[in-house]
Design a protein around this ligand. Sequence first.
Ligand code: CA
Length: 233
Amino acid sequence: MAVVPEAPIAILLIEDDDSIATPLAEGLTRAHFSVTVARSGTEGLAGAPGADLVLLDLGLPDVDGADVCRLLLARSDTPIIVLTARGDERDRVRLLEMGADDYVVKPFGFRELVARIGAVLRRSNAALVGATESDRKVQEFTRLRIDHRSRRVDVEGREIALSRKEFDLLARLAETPGAVVRRERILEEVWDEHWWGSTKTLDVHIASLRKKLGDAAFIATIRGVGYRLDDHE
Ligand code: CA
């Protein structure tokens, strides 16, 4: 079988702990990724352009990992998987709300991490393909306007700044306005079919989306079933 050479996927690993960074970088290199290791937040931020995916340790010596995450997300669409210590669920929810794509809890298995990387990359590629398909697609509702091309959302003419996940969630509900989208369906399509995180993540995103839209009535909860986009007078 002929092997088609492809440019390796570039992973930026931001991790100050050598006992984790070194074997992880070696393993990822063996798994055919191209790996750059940054030992601090500052180094990571400098190295981020050009990375296809960022693995971000939260406990960094110079900058709070959450701040690094926020800065990376503000600068680019590069997916981020957070490497986090056990027991800080509030941190993880906060990071997912912020727009990180996934997290793994230390100590994690190498194969689990590679599976997560694959899932996150597939999702972000699907989002890119989706973006070209929905090119020129603008949905105008009564008060809500969703421009899928620029991923811009306006409520009564006022632009609303949404995180990537919040936009994806709104866009999914807007695919079938007025119809209920089941929770499992949303988790599958907006997160991942192999989503292992807490389903609370969805509620957290719905809550923040409602808050940003400024009117909870835009998204109706159908208890035990799912959510529905409503935009009536
Ligand atoms: Ca660390």
